[in-house]
Design a protein around this ligand. Structure first.
Ligand SMILES: O=C(O)c1cc(=O)[nH]c(=O)n1[C@@H]1O[C@H](COP(=O)(O)O)[C@@H](O)[C@H]1O
Length: 300
């Protein structure tokens, strides 16, 4: 049996001794001037994004399992932004890094199939994983698992998101007494079991925000075969010491994601950040990534 998506992730967690992933959400408003010298039109900005991502990837690669580009930050610059994303994905893969596109897609079957081809197939935007919205139900999700038929691709379905309004819908109490996110966990567990890998995890993972630690153990117990993607640590207030319940008894099963806390760490540390050079930016990012890696390893 070949490795599935979760096996690739777990092997990298073991190899790199890290359960951290870094988001690539490039916002030129936070770029140092040395990246913005070529101008402000979308082509120049796309070049700056590409350079920024390269310098992040080079420095975080030994310490993280994956990078997670959030698509909005590229789409906002149209085709130039998408080109920067394609180059970023290809560069990360060439360095041996896993890529999880944070696209939050979901649609009727045929459209979901096309999204699956775009993000998990042979397209230039294809990575190893993609975030998926569960609002349409299982026929919006299954095409993504079919597309990864070589078993090396996977998804993270939104289950309990990190944002303040997450509970408006996700905590809705159903007639059966359970909350909506609990029902989703029940719905996904049998599907997850169909694509299990060597380490007992599946190609169907779920998003569980670091800002709702009180719900993590319930979800961990209900979805024993699903990896968690855990955003909300750091900039959104999620604390490492509250993350223990997201991991299984072997300290596996969860990938903690941090974006702003790492890629813009130089802004918090230096009032003159706009004038930093690339090496100084990289030093700050490296320090932040090592701090986060250490903090998360201490609780898993
Ligand atoms: O799917 C995601 O990655 C995601 C899910 C979620 O529940 N909350 C969440 O913040 N995210 C994404 O994770 C990133 C959060 O970044 P930081 O708060 O800067 O670490 C953003 O790109 C969000 O779009």
């Amino acid at each position: 049996m070949v490795d599935n998506f979760s096996d690739l992730i777990i092997k990298d967690i073991l190899k790199k001794e890290s359960a951290l992933i870094v988001g690539l959400d490039p916002n030129p408003a936070y770029f140092p001037l040395c990246l913005l010298e070529k101008g402000q039109d979308s082509k120049a900005i796309a070049k700056a994004i590409w350079e920024f991502n390269q310098l992040i990837i080079d420095v975080v690669n030994p310490h993280v399992v994956a990078v997670k580009p959030q698509l909005a930050y590229y789409e906002v610059f149209g085709s130039d932004g998408i080109y920067a994303l394609e180059k970023t994905i290809s560069y990360a893969k060439s360095k041996g890094l896993l890529v999880i596109n944070d696209a939050k897609r979901g649609d009727i079957g045929p459209t979901a199939t096309t999204y699956a081809k775009a993000f998990l197939g042979d397209s230039p935007l294809s990575g190893h994983g993609v975030t998926v919205s569960p609002y349409l139900g299982t026929d919006g999700i299954l095409p993504f698992l079919k597309e990864g038929t070589d078993q090396r691709k996977g998804i993270f379905v939104l289950l309990k998101t990190s944002n303040p309004s997450a509970s408006e819908l996700q905590d809705l109490q159903l007639k059966t007494g359970e909350k909506l996110y609990q029902r989703l966990a029940e719905l996904f567990d049998p599907i997850a079991k169909e694509t299990m890998g060597h380490y007992g995890y599946s190609n169907l993972g779920v998003v569980v925000g670091a800002t709702y630690p009180q719900d993590a153990s319930y979800i961990r117990d209900s979805l024993k075969h699903s990896l968690f993607l855990v955003p909300g640590y750091g900039a959104q207030g999620g604390k490492a010491k509250e993350l223990t319940g997201y991991f299984d008894e072997n300290g596996m099963g969860a990938l903690v994601s941090s974006t702003r806390g790492i890629i813009y760490s130089y802004i918090q540390k230096n009032e003159e950040w706009a004038h930093l050079n690339k090496k100084e930016i990289q030093e700050s990012i490296e320090e932040a990534v090592l701090d986060a890696k250490r903090e998360i390893n201490a609780v898993r």
